[in-house]
Design a protein around this ligand. Structure first.
Ligand code: FAD
Length: 471
């Protein structure tokens, strides 16, 4: 019988598998996807958030535990477990040497949409290179990996893990780590969670999924049905406004539209609905998915003029271009008169100031609802551009409750041999909101804990067995 079964094939699963193997356990990983699509959402990532007291290799200045904690506290509005959050933060200071030992390379922060040189360590080659490095290392260490192996069900004996079922095959193991992601790719579940709005629409039907199609939440649902304790709200998710032309799954990072704060955004009725200049885009991009989800038809349009071009990371598809505002309205299929009226009202409300996109400048509107509080400049210089936006779900926050041991809990009691890591438990730290790079910090910290604990549980089980045998 295998010692440690790891279910999932992304960052958290790989960290768990490597740690369990390093601790001497035999390890089998079950990844739902084919080999070519291995790596879950982790293959789309770019960086992880790291605390550090002084400049360190790819990280500038300092980013202290307290500052990281305050950032997390702010974005979650207090919906976080401080003990687990601080555990993740401290682990983020020391994990990079271990990552390097397994072949992960880092690069200096890229300049561009996110100002993260101080807070985030970027993976050379992105998340795809990271997961490939981990898979290589896992194979060298003798971890067994099976692809096309979606686990349908977990067999439990009370709180104890017994076996996993894959396409009718029963696989027993002494302990198990669940690292199978959230349920963001399960469109029926998203529909159920979001329900029907006052307009009679099912908003989730218009969501796009930024990552893997394999995170269907099968195991999350199964564990909930089996009485595992949960944490988080099923409607909470990291949601970004992305290019409406993005594919349903796996559009990844390049479908983000980062020009919203440089112009205005209008809905299907050609009306503005939120302050586009409320704060720096990296601090606001993750609320715009939800804002668009609340608009009629779950669509919006980011509108800019020639002055904005070159000031944001260009999206992968070119925007709809027009020489005049009425032409842009027609090309975007928006009501021309209302669109022009909205633009004229906005342009007239812009007060002169000193435009500076690198700080919260004094270019704002006056007498307009909603106001645009920074970077408000008239949209008056052709050519004009429009980008249709849709809500893009990154990952869901509903997960399994855990503690510093990463054990799955049933009625407040730990399982002795079933552990959880990554998106499947990220809701313990992220009740809502997001700060860039923390998903990988959580997955790395808890993946490593879960792997170590799973190996430890095997040793304990063996020791117990030996005692019983001797007696
Ligand atoms: C476009 C995009 C960009 C992102 N950028 C960043 C970033 O730069 N920094 C950051 O910190 N976070 C980022 N995130 C979030 C980040 O991807 C997640 O927080 C992190 O990858 C979670 O890791 P995980 O191992 O828990 O899940 P995943 O990497 O999603 O892995 C889950 C795995 O489980 C497998 N699986 C699912 N169901 C089953 C089943 N029933 N049986 C077997 N296997 C199963 C899947 O195939 C998959 O391999 C990004 C996400 C996306 C979508």
């Amino acid at each position: 019988m295998i010692d440690v079964l790891v279910i999932g094939g992304g960052n958290a699963a790989l960290c768990a598998a490597l740690m369990a193997r390093e601790a001497g356990a035999s390890v089998l990983m079950l990844e739902a996807s084919p080999r070519a699509w291995r790596g879950g959402n982790s293959q789309h990532t770019r960086n992880l958030r790291c605390m550090h007291e002084a400049p360190q290799d790819v990280l500038a200045d300092a980013y202290t535990e307290e500052e990281f904690w305050q950032d997390l506290l702010k974005v979650t509005g207090g919906q976080t477990d401080e003990t687990l959050a601080r555990l993740v933060i401290r682990a983020s200071a020391t994990c990079r040497d271990w990552m390097r030992r397994h072949g992960v390379e880092f690069q200096p922060s890229l300049s561009g949409a996110l100002h993260t040189a101080r807070t985030n360590a970027f993976f050379m080659g992105g998340g795809k290179a990271l997961v490939n490095a981990y898979y290589r290392s896992a194979m060298q260490l003798g971890v067994q990996v099976r692809y096309d192996a979606p686990v349908d069900r977990i067999e439990l004996d009370g709180r104890r893990f017994v076996a996993a079922l894959v396409k009718g095959e029963r696989i027993e193991a002494r302990s198990c780590v669940l690292a199978a992601g959230g349920f963001e790719s399960n469109r029926a579940w998203l529909r159920e969670a979001w329900g029907r709005n006052a307009r009679g629409e099912y908003p989730a039907d218009n969501f796009l999924i930024r990552g893997t199609r394999f995170n269907t939440g099968t195991l999350l649902r199964g564990m909930m049905d089996a009485g595992a304790d949960t944490v988080g709200d099923p409607t909470q998710a990291h949601m970004v406004a992305i290019d409406a032309r993005a594919p349903l799954y796996d559009g990844g990072i390049c479908t983000r539209i980062d020009c919203v704060s440089l112009g205005i955004a209008v809905n299907r009725d050609a009306e503005r609905f939120y302050d586009e200049g409320e704060d720096f885009w990296p601090k606001r991009y993750a609320i715009w998915g939800r804002l668009v989800a609340q608009q009629p038809g779950q669509i919006a349009y980011s509108i800019i003029d020639a002055k904005a071009v070159g000031r944001f990371m260009p999206p992968v598809f070119p925007g709809v271009k027009a020489a005049s505002l009425p032409e842009l309205a027609r090309r975007l299929d928006l009501d021309e008169a209302r669109f022009v009226q909205t633009l004229h009202a906005y342009n007239a409300a812009c007060r002169p100031g000193h435009f500076d996109h690198a700080r919260l400048d004094d270019c704002r509107t006056e007498g307009l609802t909603p106001a645009k509080t920074h970077w408000a400049r008239p949209i008056d210089t052709p050519p004009f551009f429009g980008y249709a936006l849709r809500p893009g779900v990154t990952f869901t926050y509903l997960g399994l409750k855990t503690d510093e041991t990463a054990a799955v809990h049933f009625g407040g009691q730990r399982s002795p041999n079933l552990f959880v890591a990554g998106e499947m438990m990220a809701g313990n730290v992220l009740g809502k909101g997001y700060t860039a790079g923390v998903g990988m910090s959580i997955g790395t910290a808890f993946g490593r804990i879960a792997g170590t604990r799973a190996a430890h549980a095997v040793r304990q089980g063996t020791a117990q067995g030996a005692t019983h045998a001797a007696a």
